[in-house]
Design a binder for this molecule. Structure first.
Ligand code: SAT
Ligand code: MN
Length: 601
């Protein structure tokens, strides 16, 4: 098999005209329909190796694994170049960049015209969710990047089986992606990482279920099934159809008595969702297993409860900081058949990143420069990533691909907050929980370019991913709560990242977070006590199991402290944040804010 032109393995009229019309604009040298086979994966790998994009890692260290370095100008999601293009600007809301669909498409057509010259157009049929599941959704990506094809093989279910399920249906998301580097004129020869760094556009057309992306080959900008489809487009479908598409991990928690509860958790990018989703609990007898680490699609089951599926098939995890202490199950997941992007390369042909278990004496950094531990820079980029098959995770739950999903008992919100926010609080009801999510804030990470460490409101961790007006999104949450009533999950707000005034971490985090999970489980079961505080329910004394943990009393007090003065300042900030949503802010949320102010004064 080669990447030469193949004939269309479908008679789906809408799909065929999508490919034909797009190809007329993109002008590739040939069209290749992806079948999803392992043989095809090898062909993509070879194309990347031949182009200098990738190299094989030492098979004795990381079998069947690729090492990739991107252009330094293309290393993260670009939120300022991301657009929601719905007909009415008001529907995109204050948190999204907006362009009129027709106008944006004109702009994109200018960039797309001939942009695949000298390249192959790959047609990737993919399913978000198990192929054929009633909750799964199908999409088609047209891309000129073999890196995207290879990553999509891991991150989603791709290939002919998807076309078989699609058959003649018109219900699929149409995605176009180009790195934006045609091989014509002065650009006759390819670059290791072609892109158009100055002209990136990640554009979404929720009403017509389309995604047009140009200029970047990295992560969520290019792997369109993930944030673009499974969150931005799906959030709009979810609103229209009465379900939820959320930026949440899903985990299975089993008690020593063998009882099971499923927990979903929304934290912003690079705040530890992958670590929590596959942690090894330190509390005796408790077990955590993984359903998903980034995205949850939740629908009401016949019993009135919310059931969640993980629409993805792989992990696109942050590499730096991942090690056998912080996340042994991620380390096991990425032992083979994985892609590593923007990591360091060791002399024996393995990967290295910051805080890995062993530091090599030397390596080549992600910018291809010699690196030693004493040089003043990192070997990996802070947003370096591994792409690993979820099935390789040692603690993947048996039911992770159950098309019916798993019933969610609790939802956690959280972010990185060095101050103010206690380790865990609990909402008094769904509306209060929606308020906690809507007023969530976190310090910015390297997952998106710009503003590292700045505190920003990131409602439900969906700030960069909600495909419509955030005020309407809050309303959707309130309405679902009214529909689900007392069957809705309990809502908690956690913060693993609080520091002392001297800047010391107050909570060990990682496996010790199981102590909080245990408490959440027991609250759901009704066996742990909580006490009221102005900001929500707090664990009663002794309700969180701290046995065997070395946290000084003073640190614990600091960790759980609710400072009324600080919180009054927070209410002012929330007021400003809420004001952005104008009359789209649900009255229930302003009432929650007023009530909070009342409790604080
Ligand atoms: O680049 S991605 O959007 O896929 C990763 C992330 O920001 O969570
Ligand atoms: Mn994410």
């Amino acid at each position: 098999m080669t990447t030469a032109e193949t004939t269309a393995p479908t008679t789906n009229a809408k799909l065929l005209s999508f490919v034909e019309e797009s190809a007329a604009m993109l002008k590739p040298d040939g069209i290749y329909w992806c079948d999803g086979s392992t043989e095809e994966y090898q062909v993509m790998a070879k194309a990347m190796v031949d182009a200098g994009t990738a190299m094989w890692l030492n098979p004795d260290k990381k079998p069947n694994s690729l090492f990739v370095r991107s252009d330094p100008a293309d290393v993260a999601r670009v939120e300022d170049r991301t657009y929601i293009c719905c007909e009415n600007e008001a529907d995109a809301g204050p948190t999204n960049n907006w362009k009129a669909p027709a106008e944006c498409k004109e702009l994109m057509k200018g960039l797309y015209d001939g942009c695949m010259a000298g390249r192959t157009l790959y047609v990737i049929p993919y399913s978000m969710g198990p192929v054929g599941s009633p909750i799964a959704k199908i999409g088609i990506i047209l891309t000129d990047s073999p890196y995207v094809v290879a990553n999509m093989h891991i991150m989603a279910r791709v290939g002919t089986a998807v076309l078989d399920v699609l058959a003649g249906s018109e219900d699929f998301v149409r995605g176009i992606h180009s790195v934006g580097y045609p091989l014509t004129g002065p650009k006759q020869s390819d670059l290791p990482w072609p892109c158009d760094a100055e002209n990136k556009y990640i554009t979404h057309y929720p009403e017509t279920r389309e995604i047009w992306s140009y200029g970047s080959g990295y992560g969520g900008n290019a792997l369109l099934g993930k944030k673009c489809h499974a969150l931005r487009i799906a959030s709009v479908q979810a609103r229209d159809e009465g379900w939820m598409a959320e930026h949440m991990l899903i985990l299975k928690l089993t008690s020593p008595a063998g009882e099971v509860k499923y927990v979903a958790a929304a934290f912003p990018s690079a705040c530890g969702k992958t670590n929590l989703a596959m942690m090894n609990p330190t509390v005796e007898g408790w077990k955590v297993e993984t359903i998903g680490d980034d995205i949850a699609w939740m629908k009401f089951g016949d019993d009135g409860r919310l059931y969640a599926i993980n629409p993805e098939a792989g992990f696109f995890g942050v590499a730096p900081g991942t090690n056998y202490d912080s996340n042994p199950n991620a380390m096991e997941s990425l032992k083979s058949n994985s892609v590593f992007t923007n990591c360091g390369l060791t002399p024996d042909g393995d990967v290295y990143w910051e805080e890995m278990d062993e530091t090599p004496e030397s390596c080549v950094d992600w910018l291809r420069r010699p690196w030693t531990p004493d040089c003043d820079r990192t070997a990996s980029h802070p947003n370096a990533r591994f792409t690993a098959p979820a099935a390789q995770c040692p603690v993947i739950a048996d039911e992770w691909e159950d098309p019916a999903g798993v019933p969610i008992s609790a939802i956690l919100f959280g972010g990185r907050r060095a101050s103010t926010q206690p380790l865990v609080i609990e909402a008094t009801d769904w509306e209060h929980g929606t308020f906690l999510g809507a007023s969530m804030s976190s310090e910015k990470t390297a997952a998106a370019s710009g503003g590292l460490g700045q505190l920003r409101f990131d409602p439900m961790a969906m700030l960069p991913f909600c495909g419509y007006h955030m005020g309407d999104y809050f309303k959707h949450w309130i309405e679902l709560g009214a529909k689900g009533g007392d069957k809705m999950p309990k809502i908690f707000y956690v913060n693993w990242f609080r520091k002392s005034p001297e800047g010391k971490w107050l909570w060990p985090g990682f496996g010790e977070n199981s102590r909080v999970l245990k408490y959440v489980f027991e609250r759901c079961e009704g066996s742990a006590d909580a006490v009221e505080s102005p900001i929500g329910l707090m664990p009663a004394e002794g309700a969180i199991d701290l046995s065997g943990l070395d946290v000084a009393d003073a640190d614990w007090a600091e960790l759980m402290k609710v400072d009324k003065g600080e919180w009054l300042e927070v209410t002012k900030a929330i007021e400003e944040h809420f004001a952005k949503f104008g009359d789209k802010l649900p009255a229930e949320l302003s009432a929650q804010l007023d009530a909070l102010k009342g409790r604080l004064s």
